[in-house]
Structure formats: C-alpha cells, structure tokens
Design a protein around this ligand. Sequence first.
Ligand code: NDP
Length: 277
Amino acid sequence: SVSLYSVAVVTGSNKGIGLAIVRALCKQFNGDVYVTSRDVGRGEEAVKTLNSEGLKPKFHQLDINDLNSIKNAAAYFKGKYDGVDILINNAGTAFKASDTTPFGVQAEVTLRTNFFATRDVLTHFLPLVKAGGRVVNVSSMLSASGLKQCSPELQQRFHSEDITEDELVVLMQRFVDEAKKGEHKQGGWPDMSYAVSKIGVTVLSMIHARHLSKERPKDGILINACCPGWVRTEIAAPGAPKSPDEGAITPVYLALLAPGATEPHGKYVSDKEVQPW
Ligand code: NDP
C-alpha cells in the first residue's frame, strides 16, 4: 500500500524548540506534521496553541524512554503513512547547573534520555524512513566543546570513521558507570553529563549516515546532527539570545533539504553551516 501523504514527526514537541519546529514545518512542509509528547494532555495543549495560530498539526503520544511507546508510534506511522518522511529527534533533558542531584545520578538520567532513548527511537524509526527522507538529531554545541575535553584516546574514537554503534554504546555506558563511582575524570571524560550525552548524539548521527550510505545508497536519505543555538526554553537560562522559533531554523533547514540533495549528510551543523568535528 502506498500512502499519498507525507509525514513529519518531531519528538518532544509539546514545548520549546520542538513546538517551534512543528510550527515551522506546518507552514513549510507539504504533508502531515505531528506533535509528539510523552504526556497526552501537554501534547493536546500544544496542538491547541498551534490551532489558535491557524495551523493544523496532528498528535501522537511518544515517550522516548518507553520502548512500548516507541514501538506503538512506529507501528502507527508505518500503518497510516507507510513510513516517515521527516524524523526530528528533539526530545532532550538537562539538569540545571544549580541542581544538587549526585553526579552519577545526573549522568544516568541524562544519558538515558538524550543518548539511549534517542538511539531507541532511531533503531525503530530508521527502517521506516522513506527514500528521500530526512533525519535530524538535535545535539548541542556542548558536544563539540565537550569532545575537546575528552582524553586523546576518547577523542580518537569519537573522530574515527570506523567506530560502530556497539562501541559507542559501550563508551556511553562506561561514562555512566564511571560517573557513579566518581571515576569519570580518570576515565578521560569531561565533568558534564549533558555534553557527553550530546557527543553520543552527534557520533551516532555520523555512524547512521555511514550505514545509510552503505546499506541504502539509492534512497538518498540524509541524516545530520545539529545545534539549535542558545535558545530561551526551560533547558537554557532566560538570557539566551534565540527565541524558540529562531532555534528551530537549523533543524527545519536540515529537515527540508531539497529533493535530490546529497549533502550535508553525517555532519554536525549549526546556523545552517557544517561545523568542524
Ligand atoms: P525544553 O525543556 O523546552 O523541551 C524539551 C522537550 O523534550 C519537552 O517537550 C519535553 O517534554 C521533551 N522530553 C523530555 N524527555 C522526554 C521523553 N522521555 N519523551 C518525550 N519527550 C521528552 O527544552 P528545549 O526545547 O530547549 O530542548 C529541545 C532540544 O534542544 C533538546 O534536545 C536540547 O538538548 C536541545 N538544545 C537546546 C538548547 C537550548 O539553548 N535551549 C541548546 C542546545 C541544544 P515534557 O514537557 O514532557 O518534559
């Protein structure tokens, strides 16, 4: 069965940058655009907000920390649209700098959502991405600065073209395990769980790009990681320079790369420019 409709799915889009991404896609993308949220009430509120602006997004529940929720959503998009055209992995979390939760717990919670759950979404959704599809993983500039603070050995692995998904998962888990024992600095890691989680997101995007180029060379799918910039949301300080709509610009640019485009692919992008990694 071939679906006539194109579809874009944005994780964690009940507020913040994700909501702004849905707003922009509703205006610029010729297809159905989905708000997804772990909480149905918050998701429906977001849809109402956009309705009041004359926009007509759809809604589906998606908690990226819940494997059943991921599988249900994947089955829904497979059934209704025969796959997805645009997937934006935006859902993420960060502890405030002032939070006194022990570092090991922060490491576990931050990595669970930002890296491991994002990876679970990719595992279940990448096979559904249609030819010509676009996948955008919202990372952070802190992935690039965090990388520079890693040991030379870790930097070499995160730069390498031959790192596998399995190796990346082992390294991310090693960070969590060492953080719990207070040994992450000896292990060569920066003292920032959020930065490490986003190193994982950036490197995972590059690994998947290499896979897609090898396994589905004719499908022209482009996958990239990006930084939205410093954006005034719950995650960042209120003094951040960008509005959520401004933060959505680079993710939306990557989601709407023209049909037939071959780049960027497997890159880390901010302000619509490929950045060094
Ligand atoms: P917000 O806190 O405003 O939004 C985060 C969104 O992610 C919320 O919708 C939240 O839902 C959702 N979310 C969190 N955990 C889950 C989960 N398990 N399942 C589904 N959704 C979840 O922050 P931002 O809009 O700023 O963040 C969006 C992305 O941008 C994140 O990946 C963040 O790391 C990244 N980023 C942000 C920067 C900034 O300056 N703001 C800078 C660089 C990167 P809920 O309402 O239910 O909590």
